[in-house]
Design a protein around this ligand. Structure first.
Ligand SMILES: [Zn+2]
Length: 135
């Protein structure tokens, strides 16, 4: 079983409690270690991310604490090019969410069809609460 680093704990501050619960359960279930790289985001940072192309929206769910970025960790670093590791984190997140009755959406499958290869903007570490349930 894995545990969060201090940095991951810090990054959960200000995140919606329902989503925090999911993340905490997911770290107990996951087969691949992961870290919370970002949670709550300021307007200024969001504008910067849009400017440099890292994000595509100014109405990000991060601004309201409804999103977290969880990246897999292999030997202490993030395997950015290995989508299978991001998928493993996503499996843990969805199992946890289902268990807790929380509806989430993954940036690796925006259209929610169970596939990542048809995404125009693959965002592997991104998880958010569904707008329908958490406006
Ligand atoms: Zn994100």
């Amino acid at each position: 079983m894995f545990r969060f680093s201090k940095r991951s704990e810090e990054n959960l501050k200000g995140v919606n409690p329902a989503l925090v619960k999911v993340v905490r359960r997911a770290i107990e279930l996951t087969t691949v270690d992961f870290m919370v790289i970002e949670g709550l985001r300021t307007q200024e940072r969001q504008r910067q991310l849009v400017r440099n192309g890292t994000s595509q929206t100014l109405s990000s769910r991060h601004l309201t604490g409804h999103a977290v970025d969880c990246a897999p960790l292999v030997k202490g670093s993030i395997p950015w090019n290995d989508k299978s590791k991001f998928k493993a984190v996503s499996d843990a997140m969805f199992t946890a969410a289902k268990e807790l009755g929380v509806k989430i959406r993954w940036g690796g499958d925006w259209n929610e069809n169970g596939r990542s290869d048809d995404e125009k903007f693959y965002d592997g570490p991104h998880f958010e609460l569904r707008r329908q349930d958490y406006p």
